[in-house]
Ligand binder design. Structure first.
Ligand code: ATP
Length: 470
C-alpha cells in the first residue's frame, strides 16, 4: 500500500492513540489540580483528536463553562498536550452540539500563545457572567503554600471554612501587599462551598461595597441591598481600609455586620493594618473588627519563597531546580506577587529560548530587576535609611558609641548590608567605622535570629527593605 491515503485500520489506530494522548493529559491534570476543580471543570470535558494529532477539539457543555475553561485552563491544557506529544498542538474549544452541529471556527497556536475561539450561537446557555459569589476557584487552600509567615492565619481560616459561625467571628487578617490575604479569603469561600454547596457566600472588595452603597442610595434600593448582604452565610470582604472617611458605607457595613453576626453567619475581613491602626474608621466599627480573632500574615521567609516558586513552576508544567529557586528567592524578597512576576519572566525566557532553567538563565531573565537592586542598594544608603528610621544620626553608624539606642540600629544596618548587598563581612566592617568582621557577623546572626522570633522587628525590617528597594 503506497497510495499515501491512510487505511481505515490506520485511522482507527491513530484515533486510539489520540484518545490515549487526551486521557494522559486528563490523568496528569487530575494529579495536579485540587480534586474539586478537576471534577468540576476538567473531568467532564470530551475531546476529539485529529488523526495526525495536529489539532484537538475540546467540547464543553455550555457557553458559560466554555468561557471559564478558556480563561482558567486552556493554556495549561495546551502546555500539557504539548509536553506529552512533544510538539505544539492546536486546540479548539466548542460547545457540545445538541440539535446543531458544532463548528469550531478555528484556532490555536502552541502553548506560548493559545488563541481559542468557538462557534458562537451554539448551545443553550446564555449566562456569561462570572459566578455570583465572585470566588476564584483557583485560589484554594491546596494552592496556598504554608510557612511560618502565614501559619496562624491559615489555621484560623481553615477553622472558619470548616465550622463557620463558631469561633473567630469576625476573622480579621492583615498584612502588607501581595502576601496572600485575598488568596486565603477565597480559599475559605471555596472550601465552604465544597463542603456545603448550598451556602450563600460572597467575596467582595471593599471598594465594590462602597459602590453598592452609593447605588442603593441613588436608586433608593436599600431594601434589596440589605436583603442581599444580610442573608449571606459567609461574607468575605477585602481591604476594609478603603472604608476610611466613607460614613454612609461604614454605617451600612455596621448594620450588615450586626445582622450577620446575630444569625451566626461568618465574616472574614482583610486590611493592610490591624484594626486599631485603621485611620478614619468609626471607633464602634474598629472595636467590632477586633472582637473575633485578628491575625497577621508576615512576608514569607526564604524557605517558603523557595517552596512557592517550585510549586508555582510545577503548576505551570515546569520544574524549577532547587538551587535556582534559592537564587530567585534570595533576590526577590518583598512579596509573593513579585515572586510570581519573576517566575513568569523565567518561564517565558526558558520557553522562548528553549533553554533549561538554570541560575544563569534566571540571572539573564531577571537582569533588569537585579540591576535595579544592585544600583540602588549601597551600604551608605542603608546606613542613611536605617538612621532616619530610628531617628539617630548617620554619623552614629561609624561612631564607637555603645548605648542600645544607637548600637541596635547599627546592628540592624549591618544585617541589612549583608542581606542586600554583595559586600563581604570585612568590607561591611570597614564601612561601619573600621569594625572587625566578627562584630558584623555577630550583628548579622543576632538580628537574623531575632527576626524569626519577634514579629515587630520582622515588620520593621520589612519596611526598611521595601524602602531600600524603592
Ligand atoms: N503562600 C502562598 N502560596 C501560594 N501563592 C501565594 C501565597 N501567598 C500569596 N500567593 C499568591 O500571590 C499573589 C498575591 O496574593 P494576594 O492577592 O492574595 O495578596 P494580598 O495580600 O491580598 O495583596 P493586596 O493587599 O495587594 O491585595 C496571588 O497570586 C496569590 O495566589
Amino acid at each position: 500500500m503506497t497510495s499515501g491515503q491512510p487505511t481505515s485500520s490506520q485511522q482507527t489506530a491513530a484515533r486510539d492513540i489520540g484518545q490515549s494522548l487526551w486521557q494522559s493529559c486528563i490523568d496528569q491534570l487530575a494529579q495536579e489540580l485540587p480534586e474539586q476543580q478537576f471534577n468540576t471543570w476538567i473531568k467532564p470535558l470530551q475531546a476529539e483528536v485529529q488523526d495526525d494529532f495536529s489539532r484537538v477539539t475540546i467540547f464543553v457543555a455550555n457557553r458559560f463553562k466554555l468561557d471559564w475553561v478558556r480563561a482558567q485552563y486552556s493554556s495549561r491544557i495546551a502546555a500539557m498536550l504539548e509536553k506529552l506529544y512533544g510538539q505544539p498542538v492546536l486546540i479548539e474549544l466548542a460547545i457540545t452540539p445538541r440539535e446543531t452541529v458544532a463548528r469550531p471556527q478555528y484556532v490555536a497556536a502552541s502553548s506560548e500563545s493559545v488563541v481559542i475561539e468557538e462557534a458562537a450561537e451554539i448551545g443553550e446557555d446564555r449566562a456569561l457572567v462570572p459566578p455570583k459569589n465572585r470566588l476564584n476557584s483557583m485560589l484554594t487552600f491546596e494552592t496556598l503554600v504554608e510557612g511560618t509567615a502565614n501559619r496562624m492565619a491559615r489555621a484560623a481560616a481553615m477553622h472558619v471554612a470548616t465550622m463557620p459561625g463558631h469561633l473567630y467571628n469576625p476573622l480579621f487578617i492583615y498584612g502588607g501587599v501581595g502576601l496572600g490575604k485575598t488568596h486565603l479569603m477565597h480559599a475559605v469561600g471555596n472550601r465552604l462551598l465544597e463542603d456545603k454547596p448550598g451556602s450563600k457566600v460572597l467575596y467582595i472588595h471593599a471598594e465594590q461595597f462602597v459602590s453598592d452603597v452609593v447605588k442603593a442610595y441613588q436608586r433608593k434600593t436599600f431594601d434589596e441591598f440589605k436583603e442581599r448582604y444580610h442573608s449571606l452565610d459567609l461574607l468575605l470582604i477585602d481591604d476594609v481600609q478603603f472604608f476610611a472617611n466613607k460614613d454612609r458605607t461604614q454605617e451600612e457595613f455596621f448594620n450588615a455586620f450586626e445582622a450577620l453576626l446575630t444569625k451566626k453567619s461568618h465574616i472574614v475581613m482583610t486590611s493592610d493594618t490591624y484594626p486599631k491602626g485603621l485611620a478614619d474608621i468609626h471607633e464602634r466599627l474598629v472595636s467590632r473588627f477586633d472582637s473575633g480573632l485578628t491575625v497577621a500574615i508576615e512576608p514569607p521567609e526564604l524557605e517558603m519563597r523557595v517552596a512557592i516558586l517550585i510549586n508555582k513552576a510545577r503548576v505551570e508544567g515546569s520544574e524549577m531546580p532547587e538551587e535556582v529557586a534559592f537564587f530567585v528567592a534570595k533576590n526577590v524578597r518583598s512579596n509573593v506577587r513579585e515572586l510570581e512576576g519573576a517566575l513568569r519572566k523565567i518561564l517565558a525566557y526558558s520557553r522562548f529560548n528553549q533553554k533549561e532553567i538554570s541560575i544563569a538563565l534566571a540571572r539573564e531573565a531577571l537582569r533588569d530587576l537585579l540591576s535595579i537592586q544592585n544600583r540602588q542598594i549601597s551600604v551608605e544608603n542603608i546606613q542613611k535609611t536605617v538612621a532616619d528610621y530610628y531617628k539617630i544620626k548617620v554619623a552614629d553608624m561609624y561612631s564607637k558609641k555603645r548605648p542600645a539606642s544607637i548600637a541596635r540600629p547599627r546592628q540592624i544596618a549591618m544585617y541589612l548590608a549583608k542581606e542586600l548587598t554583595q559586600k563581604s563581612l570585612p568590607e561591611i566592617g570597614e564601612l561601619f567605622g573600621g569594625r572587625d568582621h566578627t562584630t558584623v557577623l555577630h550583628a548579622v546572626r543576632k538580628i537574623g535570629g531575632e527576626r524569626q522570633q519577634m514579629t515587630e522587628l520582622n515588620q520593621q525590617l520589612h519596611v526598611l527593605e521595601q524602602t531600600l528597594k524603592g
